[in-house]
Design a protein around this ligand. Structure first.
Ligand code: SF4
Ligand code: SF4
Length: 240
């Protein structure tokens, strides 16, 4: 838990600019942290943000606060993924991992970024909506590790009311089910108190095209203006 020592704080307000969620505020002449909304990312206590040394991490003594820290601090490496951060390497390394097969799409719902944050109960709503649409949750995703039931997308009860900097709901669906995913997102986006972006991972066919792109017009979605393409990394490990 990040705490501010009022005896050391001189009220300079520098730390307010560094908190990515804006949960440090002034209480009179002293800075204080809104602990309910703090996600334990420790940005404020790194790199000498406070020249007075007034901010420091204190011992975290609950599972929920530990979860906030491990999923919100980008310097922590997750046992479930083997990489720092709250997602997996899937989007960038499918040529190596082969998680998204031909005829399937990888779906990444990146929630809470930038600078908004996300309650896990809202991630659960998205996970449950996508489970109904047929999403097969990604095994190595941190969110999957806190699911109570992978068929429904329900999350372990004691984690539901924790808050994170961001989280990714990840998995795969058959390409034919992409319209169901979009329909589910259009309903659930009205029920959550945060922002999200949709990332789609697609294998290309023999002509170098991603066939799912032809569905976008019919779904009322714009052609994506940006993407990540793996080139020049060597021969793919997987071809199926
Ligand atoms: S940077 Fe340090 S001294 Fe300045 S307001 Fe924040 S806690 Fe107080
Ligand atoms: S730990 Fe992160 S969320 Fe909490 S006050 Fe510090 S910078 Fe803000």
């Amino acid at each position: 838990m990040a705490i501010i020592n009022p005896d050391l704080c001189n009220g300079c307000k520098v730390c307010l600019m560094y908190c990515p969620l804006g949960v440090i505020r002034m209480d009179g002449e002293k800075a204080v942290i809104d602990q309910e909304n703090c996600v334990e990312c420790y940005v404020c206590s790194r790199n000498r943000v406070c020249a007075k040394g007034a901010i420091s991490p204190a011992e975290i003594n609950t599972k929920g606060r530990t979860l906030r820290h491990f999923l919100s601090d980008p310097t922590e490496t997750k046992a479930a993924t083997g990489v720092p951060g709250r997602g997996t390497e899937e989007s960038k390394t499918n040529d190596v991992t082969g998680r998204v097969k031909q005829g399937h799409l990888g779906i990444c719902i990146d929630m809470g970024r930038p600078g908004v944050g996300v309650w896990i109960r809202d991630a659960e709503k998205v996970a449950m909506a996508l489970a109904q649409a047929g999403l097969n949750f990604e095994e190595a995703s941190p969110l999957t590790a806190i699911l109570k039931d992978r068929r429904t997308g329900e999350i372990i009860d004691e984690m539901r009311n924790e808050r994170l900097l961001s989280i990714i709901v990840e998995g795969t669906v058959p390409e034919a089910d992409f319209p169901k995913v979009i329909a589910a997102l259009r309903v659930v986006e009205k029920e959550i108190d945060t922002v999200f972006s949709l990332g789609v991972i697609s294998r290309v066919d023999a002509t170098g095209r991603a066939p799912f792109l032809t569905q976008l017009d019919g779904l009322g979605l714009p052609m994506p203006m940006r993407g990540k393409v793996n080139t020049g990394l060597g021969r793919p490990f997987v071809n199926d």
